[in-house]
Design a protein around this ligand. Structure first.
Ligand code: AMP
Length: 281
């Protein structure tokens, strides 16, 4: 497995393999790799001949320096894990390489970034779209693999690729969960034992919403209320939002017709977790 830290060396590798007829999937990550990321790698392997994993803790997409500073960075374990999961190359640039002095060009997402995570995390999605565009530029992929865990991010990336004619097929991978239902996240390791138990209220809240929907309700406020009730009953949880949205536009709904997505962000101590569930049928 090859490891690159500069865009020029990464691009040379990709161009060589593309010229030889190989297709390439890229899996953008911030490292601290877990089963969720490994699921993305498997999807990349199924969709293309070669898989590149990018590892970059992107300062542009963090709102708080403490979150950025405390984000886990086990780069040696991550590199080993990429190799064990069949990655063909790792691209792990430094911040100085991604954003050298004089850097001034950003990719600005549109209305999809205005709701949900957008107002809570000013500049976050502009940081994501800018970094992903640069990672695509360095890796020259046919396929980009992203998780449904970050549902709004996935929608914004799809829109960006279409709007900017980037010519990368975007593949979405369903959320990989712990056996007890908590969505895998690099931030889970920062939960205290008590908060780790309390965090199960998040998947339970989404299940409660799904139960109300399955029982026949098509009222967004009833579906939302079911999730809110579970989260507010958990003393360790500090609810930031629960929203019931249109699957394609992420806009608010007055009535659920074909389906919806329930999205939530919840704090446990200083750890912020997000999760979502698509309801259809
Ligand atoms: P991150 O390293 O957290 O920025 O995530 C990198 C990619 O992995 C994103 O496309 C995420 O949506 C995806 N991802 C993170 N956690 C999971 C999970 N539990 N299941 C599926 N994909 C995930």
């Amino acid at each position: 497995m090859d490891v690159f830290t500069t865009p020029d060396s990464m691009r040379a590798w990709s161009r060589r393999h593309r010229a030889a007829g190989s297709t390439i999937a890229v899996v953008p990550t911030m490292g601290a790799l877990h089963e969720g990321h490994f699921g993305l790698m498997a999807a990349g392997r199924a969709a293309a001949d070669l898989v590149i994993v990018t590892i970059f803790v992107n300062p542009l997409q963090f709102n708080e320096t403490t979150d950025f500073d405390s984000y886990p960075r086990p780069i040696e374990d991550d590199t080993r894990a990429c190799e064990a999961h069949g990655a063909d190359a790792v691209y792990a640039p430094t911040s100085a390489i991604m954003y050298p002095p004089g850097f001034q060009t950003h990719v600005e997402p549109g209305a999809l970034a205005d709701a949900l995570e957008g107002p809570m995390r000013p500049g976050h999605f502009q940081g994501v779209t800018t970094a992903v565009t640069k990672l695509f530029g360095a890796t020259v992929p046919d396929v980009g693999v992203f998780g449904q865990k970050d549902f709004q991010q996935l929608a914004i990336i799809r829109r960006m690729v279409a709007d900017l004619n980037l010519g990368v097929d975007i593949i979405a991978v369903p959320t990989v969960r712990e056996p007890d239902g908590l969505a895998r996240s690099s931030r889970n390791v920062r939960l205290t034992a008590n908060d780790r138990r309390a965090a199960l209220a998040v998947p339970r809240s989404l299940q409660a919403a799904a139960d109300v929907f399955a029982a026949g309700s098509r009222s967004p406020s009833d579906v939302r209320r079911a999730a809110v009730d579970v989260l507010t009953a958990e003393p360790a949880a500090r609810l930031e939002y629960v929203e019931v949205c249109d699957i394609a536009t992420l806009g608010p709904l007055t009535q659920i017709e074909h389906g919806c997505v329930v999205l939530t962000a919840v704090w446990f101590g200083d750890v912020r977790l997000i999760d979502n569930r698509v309801l259809t049928g």
